[in-house]
Write a protein that binds this ligand. Structure first.
Ligand code: IPD
Ligand code: CA
Length: 266
């Protein structure tokens, strides 16, 4: 089974196992602090177990880096890493807001730039966004690209959840100058929407995002033709450790990138 098919099947199984529990009391059960540093909810645990069970079932030789379960070595001779955020947008999933997803990526080495395959599945409807290195990005079976025309409405994604007052000050001109800023609460799915051309830029400069939140999105954005840089505006890369936190900006083209960046307070 090709790696991309493994990731797709694992995501489909997550969708089937969680679709009826989002928004119910059963989703919310508290399992303490997970490896990523947040409370693991029952829906997170069910979703991760689904992936781990499937990888064991097919003897997929890898090391899993899960947001809740931490590092799980499924082989002594792993082919690489499965970077797993089984539920991204856990708060939405628990409350029943239909914007949450699974994010699964495969990397051959200990860094983002070695990711070869990524799948993000919208768990409110089963729609799948996926990419394999040098083969492009897809929404279900349709090839997707970032938005390269002048947009009718400019849609500016900005994640300001828990942002410091300094960061809010820096971003304030963007909120003031653009009428349509957005943050939906699941970074991975927002990266997928961006890759499909539905947003022009997405900014997360909080330095809070974990590798699990962005691994699949990183490849899907790149393969869809997006610009992806870190908080210092250098090409984004990072190691896969649990302590790593990143900032990033993704932009559909240089024009919107330059336009938005020039407005930030330095
Ligand atoms: C969260 C979401 C959210 C972002 C948080 C992440 P989680 O992931 O991606 O959009 O603002 O920083 O932690 O906790 O729901 O997997
Ligand atoms: Ca996450």
């Amino acid at each position: 089974m090709e790696v991309i098919e493994v990731l797709k099947e694992a995501s489909t199984r997550i969708f089937n196992n969680v679709k009826d529990i989002a928004g119910t009391d059963n989703a919310a059960g508290d399992f303490g602090i997970g490896a990523g540093g947040d409370i693991s909810r029952n829906i997170d645990i069910i979703a991760e177990k689904t992936v781990l069970d499937f990888l064991k079932e097919i003897n997929f030789e890898c090391v899993v880096l899960g947001e809740e379960c931490g590092r799980v070595e499924l082989s002594k001779e792993p082919k690489g890493f499965i970077i797993m955020d089984a539920i991204d947008g856990s708060a939405n999933a628990v409350r029943g807001i239909p914007f949450f997803c699974s994010s699964l990526a495969f990397a051959t080495k200990n860094n983002l730039s070695s990711i070869t395959d990524g799948v993000i599945t919208n768990l409110s409807n089963g729609q799948m966004y996926w990419a394999s290195k040098n083969k492009g990005s897809f929404f279900n079976e349709e090839k997707i690209r970032v938005h390269d025309k002048e947009p009718i409405y400019k849609i500016i994604g900005i994640n300001t959840s828990g942002a410091s007052s300094n960061l809010l000050k820096k971003l304030e001109p963007i909120s003031r100058n653009y009428e349509h800023t957005r943050h939906f609460g699941a970074n991975a799915l927002e990266m997928a929407l961006f890759a499909k051309g539905l947003m022009d830029i997405f900014i997360d400069l909080r330095n809070k995002i974990r590798i699990q939140d962005i691994a699949a999105g990183y490849l899907i954005v790149k393969e869809a033709g997006g610009i992806i840089v870190d908080g210092d505006l250098n090409p984004l890369d990072a190691d896969l450790s649990y302590s790593t936190r990143v900032s990033f900006i993704i932009a559909a083209n240089q024009k919107i990138f330059d336009e938005v960046i020039s407005q930030m307070e330095q």
